[in-house]
Design a protein around this ligand. Structure first.
Ligand code: ADP
Ligand code: MN
Length: 373
């Protein structure tokens, strides 16, 4: 198994230094989405005091030329702190700080999708929109092979792995356990975790989160996963179809509800939302992966518990549809619905924004509408 070189450095020697008292100062790790819209970057600064709220964190900057974010000769970009979490790696009082990125002229960077998402969320805050996202991912060795797979050939076919237990069924649980605990420590609203259908594929759920918090919490949960995997010397992939053939892909099912949907007789509102989604399928597919649908095309085949990319469908407890209503929700006639289309590498800001635009603002066109502030 190909493990990274730095994972083989002595962790006991490192611990010797980390046991030193850090004094009065606080380390704040600033985290942002780079120009790919999929990868995260981070750097750390020292603060004199422990920040109590996000307002205590200063703006910062970085050179966009190294992150696929520069604009010609003006490569300086601004980091605007927007959410603060406890740092599970350096521990209290140190912080993880999620940031938005602005260009040198303080205009929104291309891959900063949080700003419009936040604007749309604030327009519908009285509906109290809740989201829960199911992040699937695949663990890979440094050679790009799924973690624990034989170097020549394949493991036993799919069947025993989903929610599996045992050394021949659960590939890489150490990482899952470390990530789960680290998320709880950080204050990420992680809802659960389980092994997925393909060996070395796992999922964690985040939610329910209201409004803009969904994107913030999912991005930090992804950062923590990358960072945990780094310590173990292996790589996490959010590719929607990391292995072709008879192996499941990776999605980011998005569960959604509003206050009226959660109240008595809410099923009526759920059905209304699904009707609106059915009229805007192609547009949603364009938003649901970072490549305008072409990434998801490899995954949404209509096989392996997915719907077909080209057709909209909805059903109760049916995992081959675009939208799924769980049996409990159908029985209780209230609750939430699940959009199974988003790709594992989706931007949760984009996904949650378009759900609001279509289901609540009732947009129908092929382009997002502009609203006055
Ligand atoms: P699945 O049955 O598809 O495997 P999971 O159990 O993996 O579903 O995930 C369900 C997700 O739904 C969780 O993230 C949870 O937080 C979220 N959720 C539960 N209730 C609601 C609700 N009322 N509104 C939005 N999301 C919800
Ligand atoms: Mn699901």
């Amino acid at each position: 198994m190909a493990i990274s070189a730095s994972a083989q450095l002595s962790k006991a020697v490192k611990q010797m230094y980390l046991d030193l008292p850090q004094g009065e100062k606080v380390q704040a790790m600033y985290i942002w989405i780079d120009g790919t819209g999929q990868c995260l970057r981070c750097k750390t600064r020292t603060l004199d005091n422990e920040p109590q709220t996000i307002k205590d964190l200063p703006e910062w900057n970085f050179g966009g030329a190294g992150t696929y974010q520069s604009e010609g000769s003006n490569s300086d970009m601004f980091l605007i702190p927007i959410a603060m979490f406890r740092d599970p790696f350096r521990k209290d009082p140190n912080k993880l700080v999620l940031c938005e990125v602005l260009k040198y002229n303080r205009k929104t960077a291309e891959t900063n999708l949080r700003q419009t998402c936040n604007q749309i969320m604030s327009m519908v805050s009285n509906e109290q929109p809740w989201f829960g996202m199911e992040q699937e991912y695949t663990l890979l060795g440094m050679d790009g092979q799924p973690f624990g797979w034989p170097s020549n050939g394949f493991p036993e076919p799919q069947g025993p792995y989903y929610c599996g237990v045992g050394a021949d069924k659960a590939y890489g649980r150490d990482i899952v356990e470390a990530h789960y605990r680290a998320c709880l420590y950080a204050g990420v609203k992680i809802a659960g975790t389980n092994a997925e259908v393909m060996p070395a594929q796992w999922k964690f759920q985040v939610g329910p989160c209201e409004g803009i918090n969904m994107g913030d919490h999912l991005w930090i949960a992804r950062f923590i996963l990358h960072r945990v995997c780094e310590d173990f010397g292996i790589v996490v992939s959010f590719d929607p179809k990391p292995v072709t053939g008879n192996w499941n892909g990776a999605g980011c099912h998005t569960n959604f509800s509003t206050k009226p949907m959660r109240e008595e007789g809410g099923l009526k509102h759920i059905e209304e939302a699904i009707e609106l989604l059915g009229k805007r399928h192609e547009y949603h597919i364009r938003i649901y992966d970072p490549k305008g649908g072409s990434d998801n095309k490899r995954r949404l085949t209509g096989f392996h518990e997915t719907c077909n990319l080209n057709e909209f469908s909805a059903g109760v407890a049916n995992r081959n549809t675009s939208i799924c209503i769980s049996r409990t929700v159908a029985q209780e006639k209230k609750g939430y619905f699940e959009d199974r289309r988003p790709s594992a590498n989706c931007d949760p800001y984009a996904v949650t924004e378009v759900l609001i635009r279509t289901c609540l603002l009732k947009e129908t066109g092929d382009e997002p509408l502009q609203y006055k502030n």
